[in-house]
Design a protein around this ligand. Structure first.
Ligand code: NDP
Length: 316
């Protein structure tokens, strides 16, 4: 005999700053939220080291510790946190259906999607090793650039993000090598113009990273010209990879509107989507800011939107 699925007021998918902030607000509004953590409990911040730009931590905090703090705060208001991966959704309505690990079916009046995004990497063994030990390989100049103040760094990528991050780094670093794999940028003309007018940035076209050097921290990279095969060691102490992000939104294809890169669309000035009762927060819907603090902000907004929506339906 099949069991009747439980019916929740608020289901939150994800476990980064957006998800936990949504949970704190939803729990305090008595929506009894349940979080389904997803494949990377704690989200992107669990893969970073020091977080120095989140307000309220004057001495900084490690990413994993910060996520533990957020989790404890959500649990203090009785958010239920479940491990598992949402594998299927059905937003035909009026109640939204979600399947966890392909087997457990949950029904929810409101769903807050905070599945986040992940940075793309080059796929080099030493890149991953040094990234994982916090040894100078990172995908966020705004988060980590400060640690490289006064140093020589390299940045890979040729899109708008790469140009923006290169010019950001150039304010801190006397020299920024920018490695572009083709003989032209992908970024908009305006962004390229900014790069070209920043003397600290040296653009190396047709150039890729062959290896990252250093045992415990980046001590250089081997750059290779993919036209000539010529190799060159660049004496850098940091490698910034800015080759794009992928939002974790495949699950919602066909249900929600998304842009060409998979970022979810929501109503202007709201977190509501085209499906009543489904809201989005954090990096899954944001390719512009992508900061823990902005994610947390939209998580709060999503919970407030969900609460107001339930009240308007007479369901809360
Ligand atoms: P993009 O997908 O636009 O660019 C990725 C860049 O990385 C490309 O230049 C690509 O090279 C390069 N790349 C990919 N894989 C590799 C690799 N293995 N080795 C070396 N280089 C690689 O991503 P962005 O994050 O830059 O931008 C995403 C979206 O966000 C875009 O639509 C962008 O316009 C937008 N955006 C807008 C901003 C703004 O308006 N202020 C700021 C930031 C982003 P190739 O060109 O050869 O494919």
């Amino acid at each position: 005999m099949s069991q009747t699925p439980e019916l929740l007021k608020c289901l939150i998918i994800g476990s980064g700053p957006a998800a936990y902030s949504a949970a704190i607000y939803a729990a305090r509004a008595d929506l009894k939220p349940v979080i389904i953590e997803g494949p990377v409990p704690g989200g992107q911040l669990t893969q970073t080291t020091e977080v120095d730009n989140y307000p309220g931590y004057p001495e900084g905090r490690t990413g994993p510790d910060m996520m533990e703090d957020l989790k404890k705060q959500a649990q203090r208001f009785h958010t239920e946190i479940r491990s598992g991966w949402v594998t299927k959704v059905d937003f035909t309505g009026p109640v939204h259906k979600v399947w966890v690990d392909d087997k457990v079916e949950i029904h929810a009046r409101t769903v807050i999607i905070a599945t986040g995004a992940s940075a793309k990497w080059l796929g080099l063994p030493n890149e991953a090793r040094l990234r994982d030990i916090g040894g100078g390989v990172t995908a966020c100049a705004v988060c980590d650039g400060f640690f490289y103040k006064g140093q020589t760094v390299a940045l890979v990528g040729a899109g708008d993000t790469a140009c923006e991050e290169a010019t950001y780094l150039a304010k801190l670093c006397p020299k920024v090598y920018m490695l572009v794999r083709r003989d032209e940028f992908r970024a908009s003309k305006a962004m390229v113009h900014r790069v070209e007018n920043t003397p600290q940035i040296e653009v190396l076209f047709n150039t890729e990273v062959k290896d990252v050097l250093g045992e415990h921290a980046v001590e250089g990279i081997i750059a290779v010209n993919n036209k000539t095969g010529a190799e060159r060691k660049l004496d850098v102490t940091g490698l910034f990879v800015a080759i794009g992000h992928k939002p974790a939104t495949d699950l919602f294809k066909g249900w929600l509107d998304m842009d060409a890169n998979g970022y979810l669309k929501h109503d202007p000035d709201r977190t509501s989507t085209k499906i009543p009762g489904v809201f989005v927060a954090g990096d899954a819907a944001d390719h512009v800011y992508r900061q823990a603090v902005t994610s947390a902000g939209t998580g709060c907004m999503a919970a407030l939107d969900a609460e107001r929506w339930l009240a308007a339906q007479g369901l809360h």
